[in-house]
Ligand binder design. Structure first.
Ligand code: SAH
Length: 219
């Protein structure tokens, strides 16, 4: 990825985007601050630069998308991220969501199943700012047993079911946020793991994500 600049114009557009996301119902000030901080255009094709601060998803290659900023903010808010928490993200994609988690001070472990997208993480454009992210090439259904347990798990692709191994890798008291497939759309869920290992479930709004697929691709 060639060096990109974060100009006053970009910063101004980002401020406006944060206002839009706020109007749509995001209230967590720390999440809004993180959105204001992370230059989303760094994670998109230079040809899409002028559109990077529209509140919508965009293609990033391999049939995948960078999530809509509102969706990123929504999932991040539900996750109640605290500094130094260990967070497992499934679906690195553009690295934008991972950067937002890192901006909140979390220790991010992000997994991607598409080899070509994983290869791009080797040129993570905010390496100098966020050293608290590690990228992995793997199948998110398996998680990262070597690095478990995690305080939080965030799935950023439409899950066909709640992946049991990811529940196993969650600390007692930990939370997982995921969009669960219900046919035409996905229902956002927050799962909380109780001290005794059982789980409770809260359901939120409907969203539309690309599918969470089995196995690795391209390796
Ligand atoms: N968090 C990303 C969103 C990308 S879209 C961002 O901020 O841009 C979802 C991503 O999940 C895609 O890149 C897709 O390849 C990936 N994915 C789908 N199934 C997966 C799996 N089983 N394991 C890991 N990644 C997966």
């Amino acid at each position: 990825m060639k060096k990109r600049e974060d100009t006053y114009r970009h910063k101004g557009l980002r401020k406006k985007l944060v206002e839009i996301v706020k109007e749509k119902g995001i209230t967590d000030e720390r999440v809004l601050e993180a959105l204001k901080e992370v230059p989303r255009h760094f994670f998109m094709d230079p040809g899409l630069d002028s559109m990077a601060y529209e509140d919508r998803a965009f293609p990033i290659g391999e049939g995948q998308t960078i999530s809509q900023p509102y969706t990123v903010a929504y999932q991040t808010q539900l996750l109640r991220v605290e500094p130094l928490e260990k967070i497992l993200e499934i679906g690195t994609g553009s690295m934008y969501q991972a950067s937002v988690l890192a901006a909140l001070g979390a220790l991010v472990f992000s997994v991607e199943r598409q080899k070509n997208l994983f290869e791009k993480t080797k040129q993570f454009p905010l390496q100098h700012l966020y050293r608290n992210i590690k990228f992995f090439y793997g199948d998110g259904f398996e998680g990262l047993p070597t690095y478990a347990p995690f305080d939080k798990v965030l799935i950023t692709a439409a899950a066909p079911y709640i992946p049991p191994r990811l529940i196993d890798q969650l600390k007692p008291g930990g939370m997982m946020v995921l969009p669960l497939n219900e046919g035409a759309y996905q229902r956002m869920l927050r799962i909380t793991k109780q001290p005794d290992g059982s789980t409770t479930e809260e359901a939120f709004e409907n969203f539309s994500f690309v599918p969470m697929l089995k196995g690795r691709n391209g390796g």
